[in-house]
Design a protein around this ligand. Structure first.
Ligand code: NAP
Length: 265
């Protein structure tokens, strides 16, 4: 059965786990062939490939450390060699050290910006070169730490804010070719990173944190990787054609309330 992405090829970074995995499987379930990248978890990435193959898609897993420009180039080379085209690029992978700014080392800043900023620029260049004129989709996965302060997120928040600005500039440059560029800015989403941040970063019991988060979220639930995948799928679909240069906050309404609104209890 045909889907919205039938005949399209999508490259998703950090697709072995979490949101990236859900995005890859969602695009495949709607017809896309996949290039999925991972850093360490080859077995998990191969499981995504197997699942996509089971859906009748073609898929390949590529090791890529986004700190390395050569690896960024190589993942697009695999897309070119295997599929001879690219229609969708999702910059999803991220990594950082959750530390107060007064404690971060120079390499913490360099690594976080290499993955989120430098790799995004280089990857967008490679993606645009592979995309034909008329249709292309680039989606950057940002995070709510770009909007407000989250303890220990200073470096990542700054890198994600830069990424959101790059989304606007790329949308401006690539719009005339039919390529849209948008960002997705999730609140807390239940993944390995979320659990690590709550447990180690905040030092809070995960069950207790979950109950508090749900109580503060107008939709009264946590976000899931599938929520991120649904929004990315819309942005990548033909229906998303007139939306470009935007970053959509996806947090169940968590960030709507001004801090002043909490004063009254
Ligand atoms: N989870 C949340 O609450 C939340 C909130 C806001 C924004 N986000 C954003 O959503 C995106 C996905 O987050 P997630 O929670 O799904 O992450 P996750 O479950 O921790 O998975 C991270 C992915 O990135 C890959 N990766 C890690 N370091 C890498 C590197 N140096 N180069 C290339 N790939 C690397 C990992 O590969 P391996 O599996 O091989 O290690 C994995 O596939 C990120 O951009 C994150 O900032 C997440």
């Amino acid at each position: 059965m045909g889907g919205r992405f039938e005949g399209r090829v999508a490259l998703i970074t950090g697709a072995s786990r979490g949101a990236g995995r859900a995005i890859a499987l969602r695009l495949a379930s709607e017809g896309a062939d996949l290039v999925v990248t991972y850093k360490k978890e080859q077995g998990l990435a191969e499981e995504v490939v197997e699942a996509a193959t089971g859906l009748g898609r073609r898929a390949v897993a590529v090791p890529a450390d986004l700190e390395l420009s050569g690896d960024v180039a190589q993942m697009f080379e695999v897309a070119r060699a295997r599929f001879a085209r690219l229609d969708i690029f999702v910059a999803n992978a991220a990594a950082t050290a959750f530390r107060p700014l007064l404690e971060v080392k120079d390499y913490n800043v360099t690594r976080t910006f290499a993955i989120t900023v430098t790799a995004f620029v280089l990857a967008a260049q490679r993606a645009a070169a592979l995309m034909g004129d008329g249709f292309g989709r680039i989606v950057a996965v940002s995070g709510i730490d770009s909007v407000g302060v989250m303890p220990g997120h200073g470096v990542l928040g700054a890198a994600k804010a830069a990424m959101e600005m790059l989304v606007r500039y790329l949308a401006w440059e690539l719009g005339p070719r039919g390529i849209t560029v948008n960002g997705v800015c999730p609140g807390l989403i239940e993944t390995d990173s979320y659990r690590m941040y709550v447990h180690q970063g905040l030092g809070v019991d995960p069950a207790e944190a979950q109950a508090r988060l749900i109580a503060l979220t107008p939709r009264r639930r946590l976000g899931s990787p599938e929520d991120v995948a649904s929004l990315v799928a819309f942005l990548c679909s033909p229906e998303g054609d007139f939306l470009t240069g935007q970053t959509v906050i996806l947090d169940g309404g968590f960030s709507l309330l001004s801090p002043l609104g909490t004063v009254g209890g």
